[in-house]
Design a protein around this ligand. Structure first.
Ligand code: AHR
Length: 518
């Protein structure tokens, strides 16, 4: 009798499970895995490290003489390991707004000769310039990340900029190469990526687009690649959000042989005068944050349209070199340090934004999350010797399977996440095929209240099953703390079923899922 009862329960539960996957999925998506034209540049998964708060000092760099925190040439060993795991492809430095106040020569040579600098943008703190060009570029070598140097246009000179390039890239006899060797580095670093100023419309000098386009041409005229093996890649300071005039003017006024990338900055901030807390937000604040995050789709699409008009050959890239969530700072911290916690909401921002970049891989060739450690939507938080990985870190790691893979277009009709009569697309999807032929699909359900079922019709590839990873939690406010650093971590995901070439997935509320077909 007992056996019959167990059998009955097994049959009923199997029927229920199958029914929940088979019955009218809300979304039917088609992926043609044997197609795909564009490569998802690994550089879309880039990061940003500014001299701001505890990003550089205390975050990356704790000093060569630090006996409490294990380090390699002053850079935290735990941070190096975590970023290598992430497959960090590039790192932008030294700003941000700070870049337009930074004079690189103050940060090379013997420490005792280095002047101090007051960080006028961020907290007014005095820095001793102990972390400079050598520290940054050697650290990038250790990380296996391409450096992306942001040059001082706002308060620097053309000569200072040209000298910096010669210092880091010239292989031979020259004033700056000799100076580099004097400072202990024989070989050049071959820096490819260069930003010509930052937010020239704001902290970079409050310029008009027309004025900046002229300044840009002046600076670029005196750039040389010094025959370095990687060449040189010139990125113009770009628009904020929907400032399409900025992009139009740069594309119109700068000859395309002087330009490789045009930047774009967009932060998911509810209201600059009422940003709301990083933890303890309500649903309307969550909805507003996601509304801002999803605007990235429109910004990328419309800036790309302008670029298509002036550059139909798709030579110049859109470089989203600052993005992420921006909230009130944590209580008791310096308001100029932009230190904020990181919850499942941030995982949602990361998931949808990276899907947008993947899906626009034709034009978006690089992006940089703001910022790597202890600032804004950080992937790592530190407290003296303690370190934790945020939900955003975990999403970026789950998504690194897309790096340099071929983008597979996904077609589907979305469903809505509604709140107070307003609606947002609930589900976000991107897919790619890597060099080994493996297909990966990343899905995000931003809906705070409902599951959503997706039926993925994957054509053009043989597969029998899938393996899945999910990042979610019981509460959207959940986050990692130094006392409980593993509260939010990815887990194995099995709420899917493969049947006759169709993959039916059930996405829980506020979840990010990555599937690998096999
Ligand atoms: O990332 C923080 C700041 O935001 C950067 O310094 C600046 O470029 C932007 O306004």
């Amino acid at each position: 009798m007992k056996i019959l009862k167990v059998l009955f329960l097994v049959i009923v539960s199997t029927i229920i499970t199958q029914a929940s996957f088979a019955q009218n999925p809300e979304i039917t998506a088609t992926i043609n895995a044997d197609q795909g034209e564009y490569q998802i540049s690994k550089h879309i998964y880039g990061h940003f490290a500014e001299h701001l708060g505890r990003c550089i000092y205390g975050g990356f760099y704790v000093g060569e003489d630090n006996e409490l925190i294990p380090n390699t040439d002053g850079v935290r060993t735990d941070v190096i390991e975590a970023l290598k795991e992430l497959k960090i492809p590039n790192l932008r430095w030294p700003g941000g707004c700070f870049a337009d106040t930074y004079h690189w020569k103050d940060g090379v040579g013997p420490q005792e000769d280095r002047p101090t600098i007051v960080n006028q943008w961020w907290g007014g703190v005095t820095e001793d310039n102990s972390f400079g060009t050598h520290n940054f570029l050697n650290m990038c070598e250790e990380l296996g990340a391409e450096p992306y140097l942001s040059a001082n246009v706002g308060s620097g000179t053309v000569k200072e900029f040209a000298d910096w390039i010669q210092y880091v890239n010239h292989d031979g006899v020259s004033p700056m190469a000799d100076y580099r060797k004097e400072n202990g580095r024989e070989e050049p670093w071959d820096v490819k990526y260069w930003g010509i100023g930052n937010e020239a419309w704001g902290c970079g000098g409050h310029m008009t687009a027309e004025y900046y386009a002229n300044i840009y041409k002046q600076y670029v005229t005196f750039m040389s690649d010094w025959n370095n093996s990687s060449g040189i890649y010139r990125i113009a300071s770009g628009a904020s959000g929907g400032d399409y005039h900025w992009t139009e003017v740069l594309m119109r006024d700068i000859p395309s042989n002087m330009l490789d990338g045009v930047a774009l900055h967009h932060y998911s901030v509810i209201d600059w005068s009422a940003k709301g807390p990083a933890v303890g937000f309500d649903e309307s604040q969550y909805f507003a944050t996601m509304t801002e995050a999803l605007k990235m789709e429109e910004f990328v699409r419309r800036h790309s349209t302008i670029m298509d008009q002036y550059d139909p050959g798709n030579r110049v890239a859109l470089i989203v070199d600052e993005w992420g969530g921006w909230y009130n700072v944590e209580d008791g911290t310096n308001p100029g340090f932009l230190y904020q916690q990181n919850t499942i909401r941030d995982a949602m921002i990361a998931g949808v934004t990276l899907n947008i970049f993947n899906n626009h891989a034709r034009r978006v060739k690089m992006a940089n999350l703001a910022q790597t450690i202890n600032v804004l939507q950080a992937v790592i938080l530190t407290d003296e010797e303690k370190m934790l990985l945020t939900p955003t870190y975990h999403v970026m790691k789950m998504y690194n399977v897309h790096q340099d893979a071929t983008l597979l277009p996904v077609d589907f009709e979305n469903v809505d996440y509604t709140m107070d009569g307003k609606s947002l697309p609930a589900v976000s999807i991107s897919a790619s095929r890597d060099a080994q032929g493996k297909v990966h699909i990343s899905l995000v359900n931003i809906d705070m209240n409902s599951n959503h079922s997706v039926s993925l019709n994957v054509r053009g590839v043989e597969y029998k099953n899938a393996a899945g990873t999910i990042l979610t939690s019981d509460d959207i406010q959940d986050h990692n703390t130094f006392e409980a650093p593993e509260s939010v971590t990815p887990e194995e995901f099995d709420e899917f079923k493969v049947s006759k070439g169709v993959l039916n997935v059930d996405l829980p509320p506020f979840s990010v899922v990555v599937l690998e077909l096999n």
